[in-house]
Design a protein around this ligand. Structure first.
Ligand SMILES: C[S@@+](CC[C@H](N)C(=O)[O-])C[C@H]1O[C@@H](n2cnc3c(N)ncnc32)[C@H](O)[C@@H]1O
Length: 250
């Protein structure tokens, strides 16, 4: 059966946060981040970044290692607690769900979001958050939105399993889908929200964002991972977005 009721953020949980804190970039996660530096190189100018949904700070530190001055924001106190412990000098901030207080409009060259929109329940909320992120972009700023492809919930992967959740194949936009992370001891399924590419495109339009590129990384046989479906099906979708106002101004 597909769950369609109230959705709760599975990351606001001490045990999950502890597992995530030790995760870094194994297998399928490595594939998610592999091409980010090249995408940034071709689309982003400037070094001020916001990491929206920074969790325990893995993605924040990834951006900092690329030379960005990064602010990480998240709604889960348990995740941020670990981020502060791992990286006491980092700028990590707790924000209320759906709000981004204290951030200057037009002040970020890059807004990065890794897996965060997998956990944002309905399309209306996605649109309002994307619109808020859009307003934070500097002229010529870019959003990189890394999300799970609907295919991730239907296949087996080096780092994930979905075989215990055949009901995922019945899910439509907005339904809860389940997946187990294989790289951590915590094998409780993660609840995500299915969002198809068509729904993302309509959310981007509603948030006055223009899609510049879509990238779906595939694993390569020579890479040092025991790829399962990764060489033939991409588990990830990376959207590169600009504010429509920036595009109109040329
Ligand atoms: C899968 S984790 C990814 C964390 C990090 N980006 C990484 O790659 O390691 C998703 C994070 O998004 C956060 N999140 C979900 N909804 C959010 C919202 N409305 N605003 C900010 N963060 C949110 C969750 O609390 C969780 O920490």
């Amino acid at each position: 059966m597909i769950a369609t009721g109230a959705f709760s953020n599975v990351y606001d949980d001490d045990e999950r946060a502890e597992a995530y804190a030790g995760l870094e970039f194994p297998g399928t996660y490595w594939l998610a981040f592999r091409d980010i530096p090249a995408l940034i190189e071709s689309h982003v100018r400037g070094n001020r970044a916001l990491d929206f949904g920074c969790g325990t700070g893995r993605s924040t530190r990834f951006l900092r290692d690329l030379g960005f001055a990064v602010t990480g924001v998240d709604i889960a106190a348990s995740m941020l607690e670990r981020a502060h412990l791992i990286d006491p000098q980092g700028d990590y901030r707790l924000v209320p769900d759906g709000e981004l207080p204290g951030l200057e409009p037009g002040s970020f060259d890059l807004v990065f979001s890794a897996f965060t929109f997998d956990n944002i329940p309905d399309l209306g909320k996605k649109v309002s958050i994307l619109a808020a992120l859009q307003r934070l972009l500097a002229p010529n700023g870019r959003i990189l939105n890394l999300v799970s492809s609907p295919d991730i919930y239907l296949n087996e992967w080096a780092s994930f399993s979905t075989k215990d959740f055949p009901e995922n194949s019945e899910a439509v936009d907005g339904d809860t889908v389940r997946i187990v992370m294989l790289d951590v001891a915590d094998r409780r399924p993660v609840d995500d929200v299915l969002c198809t590419e068509g729904a993302y495109l309509s959310a981007f339009d509603g948030a006055d964002l223009v899609l510049l590129e879509v990238h779906q990384p595939l694993g390569r046989p020579e890479e040092p991972f025991a790829w399962v479906s990764e060489t033939s099906i991409s588990p990830w979708v990376i959207h590169v977005l600009a504010a429509r106002r920036g595009q109109d101004a040329g």
